[in-house]
Design a protein around this ligand. Structure first.
Ligand SMILES: NC(=O)c1ccc[n+]([C@@H]2O[C@H](COP(=O)([O-])OP(=O)(O)OC[C@H]3O[C@@H](n4cnc5c(N)ncnc54)[C@H](OP(=O)(O)O)[C@@H]3O)[C@@H](O)[C@H]2O)c1
Length: 283
């Protein structure tokens, strides 16, 4: 039985993994929430890695509040960088392969062509910077790593843009949503399925990979699609980012080139609208 450690069990990605792996034969997944396993606690990291003979660690734990990060640099750095280093060291010492999740926020968004894994990083804020430092800590410590950069993650679990839109629609007849940030929504269940494919292939094709759903959208497009598919009459007003100021600046363009992940793991990626329809059946 292949044993797999999953951190951040109460987060949306980990919950998607849980639903997909319940009956996966040949694999035993161990899910740890922050309460059971704080990844910034070095002694705890060392102890947990000794409890089983893990083959993989999937790091779903992160400090994901992009705006709060701006005024909480230390916490963001602790969880997204220093704790990730702890995991990478433990993986090296225990011969465990690390699957880590990173973000489109490592880029500044100034490019006009889809971002490849080799494109220059230049985070615009504290969160993106902490995530980039986490990536580098892994790359400098552990050969056996898969770093999966993803974007605009949503699902039926946790807090995300989809849930926010549906909540706002209950009380507001119209909602202003930015149209000048373009990227691709990613259904966390699809990302979880990719992670399972990587584990099942186990082909040691280590490195950085870009993964989102297929297609391109603005947040405005995403909101319109949510309300259309839900048959809600909520009106969506296209607004500019400067009309919706946030503590953290976001990349205005973060579409990914996904050739590498598709070829390496032989996966087909659903269009974001197809996956949105699927997700809405569970919300
Ligand atoms: N959400 C997005 O739009 C997005 C976009 C691109 C990339 N990503 C990346 O995708 C990954 C998964 O994101 P997600 O949306 O599933 O995040 P999430 O729902 O915010 O889940 C993160 C989980 O990490 C846990 N956590 C925080 N600090 C921890 C610590 N010190 N030790 C252990 N667990 C800790 C949190 O615990 P609590 O539940 O107790 O807070 C939470 O359950 C993250 O690496 C994120 O950076 C996300």
């Amino acid at each position: 039985m292949i044993q797999i450690l999953v951190t951040g069990a109460n987060g949306q990605l980990a919950q998607c993994l849980k639903t997909l792996t319940t009956n996966l034969e040949g694999y035993q997944f161990y899910f740890y929430s922050r309460n059971d396993f704080d990844i910034s606690d070095k002694a705890k990291v060392e102890a947990i890695f000794k409890t089983k003979n893990f083959s993989f660690c999937i790091n779903c734990a992160a400090f994901t509040n992009v705006d709060t990060s701006e005024s909480n640099k230390e916490t963001s750095d602790l969880i997204n960088h220093k704790a990730v280093y702890n995991l990478a060291v433990a993986c090296t010492q225990n011969n465990v392969k690390l699957i880590h999740v990173s973000t489109d926020f490592v880029f500044d968004g100034n490019q006009s062509l889809p971002y490849q894994e080799t494109d220059k990083t230049n985070p615009l804020g504290v969160y993106g910077n902490s995530k980039l430092l986490g990536e580098k800590a892994i790359q400098n410590t552990l050969k056996a790593h898969y770093i999966l950069r993803t974007s605009w993650l949503y699902s039926e679990f946790g807090n995300n843009f989809l849930k926010t839109m549906l909540r706002l629609a209950e009380t507001r007849p119209e909602i202003g949503v930015v149209f000048d940030q373009v990227g691709t929504p990613t259904y966390a269940v699809d990302l979880a399925a990719l992670i399972i494919s990587i584990i099942q292939k186990d082909n040691d094709a280590f490195g950085v990979y870009h993964y989102s759903n297929e297609g391109v959208a603005s947040w405005y497009d995403f909101a319109v699609a949510i309300f259309n598919l839900k048959n809600l009459n909520t009106k969506v007003l296209p607004i500019r980012s400067i009309q919706y100021p946030t503590p953290a600046k976001r990349p205005s363009f973060s579409v990914f080139d996904k050739q590498k992940v598709k070829h390496t793991f032989n996966v087909s990626i659903p269009h974001w609208r197809t996956s949105l329809e699927k997700c809405l059946q569970n919300v």
